[in-house]
Design a protein around this ligand. Sequence first.
Ligand code: GDP
Length: 447
Amino acid sequence: MNHTIVALATPLGKSGVAVIRISGEDAIKSVAALGITRPLTLRKAEYCKLTHPVTGETIDHALVLYFSAPYSFTGEDVVEIQCHGSRAVIREVIDMLLAVDGFRYAEAGEFTRRALENGKMDLIQVEALMDLIESETPLQKALALRQLGGDVSSQYAMLEELLVEARAFCEVFIDFPDDDLPDTMDKQINQKISDCRNHIMTLLSTSQAGQQIREGIQVAIIGVPNAGKSTLINAIAGRQISITSPIEGTTRDAIEHYKDIDGVPYRFFDTAGIRETFDDVERQGVEIAKRLLNESDVTLFLLDATKSIPEQLKTVGEIVSRETIWVLNKCDVMNNFPKNILGLSENVSRETICISAKDGGGIDALLKNIAERRAPIATDAIFVTRQRHIAHLRNALVELEKSSLEYDLVLKSEYLIQACREVGYVLGKIHIDRVLDVLFSSFCIGK
Ligand code: GDP
């Protein structure tokens, strides 16, 4: 039985207005359940008195909207109640609705899941909706909105069309007797396959920036103990989020701070100071720091101006992150500074940014430098933003490669079908229940 689902679409708490949504073929039964006597007009807000159908007691006054299938968010009949945002009102309204036969509370993401199942959106748009709800910076929001509007989906639709064309070419020639096959046939089909490959490569070329905008650019602050890493993250955050201390080995877990720089999300990590240690907990912290060092998009290598620079470089070891910024801290203690900077190689010393994490000197210049290193991001561009998409696009590339090397037309076409299937996975045309379960479970209830 396909139940009619009910949920609070706004966060639970005290607010001026709360929105309760009902979706399903019996949604209109909520009108009687809430004792609404006023006739509803489609897609028009009606001011209604909600009364208890048994006691006749007034529950609230609310705006009520009615959308009939398929012209609603879910593609089903939907009733939306905009009542006062009091816990007492919300509880009573929801209790009255759940008393209706066939009504039940929605699961996380179930409204959106029904929208997907009823063809109101594809999986890329579902993911975009989730990103839009989660978005914190203007850039993340712009990207999510473009994706929700279908711009990214249409790129995959184009790819699908190219693949179908390539397949059609194979199919046409499959039934030809060998002698009648045109000499240029192989070249023509492989040209089609090459068009598909180029389309995928163009999409994949946007994936690094796309993921960075969606997940944030990861910046690891690395250095020996006491270099001032915790003091620096506190200065960036503008408040104390990490313990600072002259005692070495204080920071163990990586401490994260999210910062919006010019609309772009950055995730700064304060890490344990890298050194040899016999303390088990600190050693685990050092391992986490080394992992972040390898995974990060940017590394801030924090050097203590009051200590030997070559020693610090030796202790931290090789850095393999994509981008390293050399930062000389404690420059307020200028006596040691000129002497120490001589310990850096010429290249490093030229690019070193001098700061004082303690009194805030040079922090703005450092943030500016971080932002300037990022390639400009056009808000109207299309981006591949998820690992899931990247994986399917790469699989499709493998199938295209096999197809281009294959002489047997039946097999050549079969590989193209597989490539098409990979695109179908991205769009959610081929339902992968596991993916859907994971995705919708991270939605809030009422979405
Ligand atoms: P971490 O181990 O790298 O996280 O270092 P902390 O941030 O805990 O700092 C270690 C010590 O250095 C503390 O006593 C800080 O007050 C001090 N410190 C940090 N930054 C500066 C700075 O810019 N100037 C001076 N003079 N001292 C600093």
